[in-house]
Design a protein around this ligand. Structure first.
Ligand code: AMP
Ligand code: GLY
Length: 423
């Protein structure tokens, strides 16, 4: 099969690394990919949201399967575009259409959806500019901290957690009048849930599903989970508190009702669902849905996923997932993200990266890098994901950390306390 992976980050590199191992693969392409993915296949210089360019590449390269990594093309309707086009009927697509991607693309929709199917999540109310006064009163009626969420996609920045009522009211108004553009014209205000977060992933063909290894992501920039939110500074898998009893609750209270809800609403869904969960005293609650895999979680969990991923994806695309099973290795995996100095605020690009060729007993996935005249340079906030395995998460983290130290570039930063809260 010829496979095209859409996206350019560490998640797409890790997916490609796993798919490259499949005997079913003929040629692998990335759109647009990065210097890491160019070692696995062919990078095509196209924008994932330019669907007519994607179509041209699909036809020119005789692509059999397209896997969509990031959320933006899914929410913009890349699947719907292909399904409507008579030339692209044969292409197998991993990723939902617009209707399914709304689980991620609209927090208001996803909260209503969870409400309809009794899926545990924080209490909430939604407001628009016309109902701002009600929003101010609602904030007064609930206890801090206040959780304000832009309804639409806001590049991971659309959630504000604020302790003081006046600041929360000001922030609500700023959001409603356009702080995050169209995305915050509707704002969801949520009850604050206290607990430990984890990421749970499934692949589904709409009726059956396969559970992937769970992971814990570390979103804050600073040591001890402090400071600004980032795209993710590291991840570990497995998550010690996600034992069989907890995962059973996740399946029966969250995963199965979600799939049942999609079927009831006649939303066809072939692809990944990422359940952003929080463990509140042993009970799982949904913080958010995503219509894709997580980054950097994918860079960790691909190291624990056994067997032929492409065979599974092919079965999902053909509606035959119920025939399949997936092995999960007993060893642990960890990822540490190397980022640019200043991230998630302003940072400079173009710093020469060295030492990566000395990495050993680990896997490097590229996030924001570029090659210039043979030199590898930084090209984004998140630069390289250093992933390693071990007998437990501490051994895996130690390997990732010692390799993270070998890599240098001006302004390099990483969190050396990933996993600090897990025993
Ligand atoms: P989201 O984009 O919805 O995942 O939210 C970003 C982050 O905000 C989450 O990873 C949580 O750390 C935090 N968060 C979101 N909703 C809540 C909530 N209801 N209670 C506590 N923390 C939350
Ligand atoms: N690591 C969180 C995300 O991919 O949204």
């Amino acid at each position: 099969m010829n496979v095209l992976i859409v996206g350019s980050g560490g998640r797409e590199h890790a997916l490609g690394w796993k798919i490259r191992q499949s005997p079913l693969l003929t040629h692998l392409f990335f759109a647009p990919g990065n210097p890491g993915t160019s070692e696995l296949g062919i990078n095509l210089a196209v924008d994932p949201e330019n669907f007519s360019d994607i179509k041209r590449e699909i036809l020119e390269n005789e692509i059999d399967m397209m896997i969509i990594g990031p959320e933006a093309p899914l929410v913009a309707g890349i699947r719907d575009f292909c399904e409507k086009d008579p030339d692209l009927q044969y292409v197998k697509i991993i990723g939902p259409g617009k209707a399914g991607a709304k689980l991620e693309g609209s927090k208001d929709f996803s909260k209503q959806f969870m409400g309809r199917y009794g899926i545990p999540t924080a209490g909430y109310a939604s407001f628009r500019k016309e109902t701002a006064e009600e929003g101010f009163r609602y904030l007064k009626s609930i206890r801090p901290p206040f959780v304000l969420k832009a309804d639409g996609l806001a590049a991971g920045k659309g959630v504000l957690i604020i302790d003081q009522l006046e600041y929360a009211q000001d922030a609500l108004w700023e959001m409603l009048v356009g702080k995050f553009g169209e995305a915050s014209k509707t704002v969801v205000i949520e009850e604050f849930l206290k607990g430990t977060e984890l990421s749970v992933f499934i692949l589904t063909d709409g009726s059956s599903y396969i559970l992937f290894p769970e992971a814990k992501d570390y979103k804050r920039i600073g040591i001890g989970d402090t400071g600004l939110n980032t795209g993710g500074m590291g991840a570990v898998s497995p998550v010690p508190f996600a034992d069989a009893a907890f995962m059973e609750k996740v399946k029966t209270r969250i995963i199965e009702p979600t799939l049942e809800g999609l079927r009831t609403e006649k939303i066809e869904y072939t692809g990944f669902i990422f359940f952003g969960l929080i463990n509140c005293d042993g009970d799982p609650f949904v913080i958010e849905y995503n219509a894709r895999l997580g980054d950097p979680e994918t860079e960790a969990i691909m190291l624990r996923t056994e067997g032929d991923l492409l065979e599974l994806l092919n079965a999902a695309a053909e509606g035959r997932l119920s025939e399949k099973q997936m092995g999960i290795s007993d060893h642990a995996a960890a990822t540490i993200m190397l980022v640019s100095g200043g991230y998630p605020g302003d940072y400079e690009k173009g710093k020469i990266i060295s030492g990566y060729d000395q990495a050993e007993d680990c896997t490097l996935f590229h996030s924001g890098t570029r090659l210039e005249f043979g030199k590898l340079k930084t090209n984004g906030g998140r630069v390289l994901a250093v992933s390693a395995t071990g007998k437990d998460i501490h051994e895996a983290l130690e390997k990732a950390r010692s390799n993270a130290m070998k890599i240098s570039y001006e302004g390099k930063y990483f969190r050396d306390d990933i996993g600090f809260d897990l025993s």
